[in-house]
Write a new protein. Structure first.
Length: 433
């Protein structure tokens, strides 16, 4: 059987409120039968800043960039605070580039760190100088960052913020634009290009090529608004959301449609999550599954982890019967109208099943019990009598008198029911209903 949980119900089950980054509902707890499947509207709200970011500020320090550099110096503390408020594990690095006609065409001023003081010191040390011709060496700088210059964390969202006002030589330091792009893509590094001043960073389409290939963005900026442009770029990256099964018990499967989707950061994504219980799933057990949602291939954190708990319903009736029981007189059958029986029952899930005894002629009007399995009874079949029960003697727990046969009714804890006839006849005459 298949059923559907609506978005409204899904939001009520668990998880963060819509608008907060994370998955909703964050937990699913459901009873289901073997063979059942059901759909849940799964809503993932993406963060404005990518998770666990490693952000490299790669700044042009040629002569025309001093005012832009000054703006980064004054705005750095706000950049760091804003990013860390959204993503507390964020780290930053600082690197600079010039041209190969200048000293130090590429330098790493500060490796990745979470220390604001170290970062401020590195940015304060940036001083514009050199240059001369317009093309600079940022293709080489990107190639350096995409190879071994920066020690990125293995589980980070990697972003390079390229701040400049001029195109690059191509090749640059012996590396072509394609070399730089391949290096960046190989390390899953996205590029935000901050096009400063006269907007000449992309005059030949180089920045467009890099940002499109890496899933980045170009942001135009005046020299006095570079810090704002950097934050704007970090908040305008596309994010690809992809469900990822961490672990799932056997007999439980989870799938999603679509399998992944891309939206601007800060937006929501809706998946149809299908949870299916195998037809042979062990009844009475609880099956568990854990799913995380990756953001551009990076785990989004605890808010993006979903737990699933499915209790498999018991749908199998118990087995009930009567077998020849002990006779305190030592005789098997004292007469054709009375027998001694032991009431037996067992279930695939419940350790104890209750048994009711009902007169087959009077039905529910006369019903005795419930009795536990292995109860010994003396069954008296007297068509003219009023059905009744009284305390037995010795090994006999109860004496039950009925008009017709005794109908044994066994129910397990899940409400499954089984019946069997128990008559004052030899055991060979017993039959199940």
């Amino acid at each position: 059987m298949r059923f559907f949980i609506t978005a409204a119900l899904a939001a009520a089950l668990a998880g963060p409120a819509l608008g907060n980054p994370g998955v909703s509902p964050a937990s699913v707890s459901q009873d289901a039968k073997p063979g059942d499947s059901f759909d849940i509207a799964k809503v993932v709200t993406t963060p404005e800043i990518p998770p666990n970011p490693d952000i490299v500020l790669l700044v042009d320090v040629t002569g025309s960039m001093q005012n832009a550099i000054n703006n980064v110096k004054t705005g750095l503390a706000n950049i760091i605070a804003t990013v860390k408020e959204a993503q507390p594990t964020a780290q930053f690095a600082v690197a600079a580039y010039r041209d190969f006609t200048d000293p130090d065409p590429f330098t790493v001023r500060q490796q990745l760190t979470a220390d604001p003081a170290l970062l401020q010191t590195a940015v304060n040390g940036l001083v514009a100088g050199g240059g001369g011709d317009e093309p600079e060496a940022w293709i080489n700088a990107l190639w350096e960052v995409g190879t071994n210059a920066i020690a990125f964390r293995p589980d980070s969202s990697r972003v390079v913020v390229l701040v400049g006002d001029a195109p690059s030589h191509d090749p640059s330091g012996g590396h072509s634009l394609n070399d730089a792009i391949n290096a960046l893509v190989g390390k899953e590094i996205r590029v935000i290009a901050v096009n400063v001043g006269a907007q000449r960073l992309d005059i030949s389409g180089q920045a467009t090529a890099v940002t499109q290939a890496t899933g980045g963005v170009i942001i135009a900026s005046n020299v006095d608004s570079v810090s704002d442009a950097i934050l704007s770029g970090l908040k305008n990256l596309d994010v690809t959301v992809k469900p990822d099964i961490i672990s799932c018990d056997a007999s439980l499967t989870v799938s999603f449609a679509p399998t992944e989707t891309t939206v601007p950061s800060g937006n929501t994504v809706t998946f149809t999550e299908t949870i299916a219980v195998a037809s042979g799933a062990p009844q009475g057990t609880t099956l568990q599954c854990s799913v995380r949602f990756l953001l551009n291939g990076v785990p989004g954190g605890d808010a993006f982890i979903q737990s699933i708990s499915i209790k498999v319903k018991d749908i199998t009736p118990p087995v009930v019967g009567c077998v020849e029981g002990p006779n305190p007189a030592g005789k098997k059958t004292p007469n054709v109208n009375a027998n001694f029986w032991t009431l037996t029952s067992h279930d695939n899930v419940d350790s104890a099943v209750s048994i009711l005894v009902r007169d087959s002629i009077s039905g529910h009007e006369y019903e005795f019990g419930p009795y536990p399995p292995n109860t010994n009874i003396k069954l008296v079949q007297a068509p003219g009598a009023t059905p009744n029960v009284k305390q037995g003697e010795g090994v006999v727990d109860w004496q039950i008198t009925v008009k017709g046969c005794a109908v044994l009714v066994a129910r397990d804890a899940s409400g499954n029911e089984a019946t069997a006839n128990c008559c004052a006849r030899p055991p060979s005459r017993i039959m199940k209903w």
